[in-house]
Design a protein around this ligand. Structure first.
Ligand SMILES: [Zn+2]
Length: 298
């Protein structure tokens, strides 16, 4: 079978890592719902033998992605919005180690939770393809500088931003190199790029293999510390900080994330939650399978 060249380095030397799989044998519409617990559905996942980049093949094109994300609506997203706000502050703690003010652009700003937290220190801007999410940010959080469009189509000032953030975004886009190239163009020289993305070379990704939560239809690219660093350095960034990224959610939410895993695993965690009476508590867990990266535009 002939595959197109590696989307990162252009090499033709790929091998199949995980064969295409359909959740319950059903072909759903492109599933981009943020809180989806359907992990086991994806096209072939291939590994580039030259640069180590892992990606879905085939992947939907920009036009299909634009239609899927523009109609995205996910009301369950609000169930954990206080935790999402705390996670935004965790990201801001990292960002403030490098930049403490100026103009900040959040790419894929969703309902505006991160921008709402960041507006205390930064002059905030966002771009978000979902009509529902961008509308919520503008109307309910009064974030009038959120543009409802894809980042790729959006018109934004070159060298206009001190910080560009992409939190859980780069794995969703059709062409990560092009997206980061645009982010680089929009940053002022010396500006900070902040991103968070799943780590395909993490221990849990290796142990869970084809059942890892990160493997899902909406995730088209799977980076590791090595491949994201290589891409950023190729584009003229200098990586100044990288670490694993933990998150805060309610125990019930963490539990719902493993609903599709073997019953013994889920039932033990459920029982533990009941015994310890922590079902409604919020817990910080670092599963060490997301990477947080700070890079400076040279
Ligand atoms: Zn490659």
């Amino acid at each position: 079978m002939t595959r197109p060249p590696c989307r990162l380095c252009g090499s033709g030397n790929q091998r199949l890592l995980y064969k295409k799989k359909r959740y319950d044998g059903v072909r759903p519409e492109l599933n981009v719902v943020i809180t989806s617990d359907i992990y086991g559905s994806y096209e072939d996942i291939v590994l580039c033998g030259d640069c180590g980049f892992v990606y879905q093949d085939p992947a939907p094109g920009e036009r299909d992605l634009k239609s899927a994300y523009s109609v995205l609506r996910d009301d369950r997203y609000f169930e954990e919005d206080d935790c999402r706000s705390m996670n935004a502050h965790l990201s801001l703690r990292t960002i403030r180690r490098h930049r403490s003010g100026g103009a900040l652009l959040d790419v894929g700003s969703s309902t505006g939770i991160f921008l709402n937290a960041a507006r205390i220190s930064f002059d905030v801007h966002g771009v978000e393809p979902s009509v529902w999410a961008a509308g919520f940010a503008r109307d309910s959080l009064n974030l009038k500088t959120v543009i409802n469009d894809t980042f790729e189509n959006s018109v934004l000032p070159e060298a206009g931003f001190d910080v560009v953030s992409l939190i859980d975004v780069i794995e969703h886009v059709a062409d990560p190199r092009k997206t980061l190239q645009k982010a680089c163009k929009l940053l002022k020289p010396g500006g900070l790029l902040y991103l968070v993305t799943p780590d395909i070379r993490s221990l849990s990704a290796s142990l869970l293999g084809r059942y890892w939560w990160g493997l899902r239809e909406a995730h088209l690219s799977y980076f590791s510390e090595r491949t994201i660093t290589r891409l950023l350095e190729d584009l003229g960034f200098s990586v100044v900080e990288k670490r694993s990224y933990g998150r805060i959610f309610s125990y019930a939410y963490w539990l719902s994330r493993i609903r599709k895993y073997p019953a013994l695993f889920y039932n033990t965690a459920d029982l533990l939650g009941k015994v310890l009476d922590i079902g409604n508590k919020v817990i910080y867990i670092n599963t060490r399978d997301s990477i947080e990266v700070c890079a400076i535009k040279k």
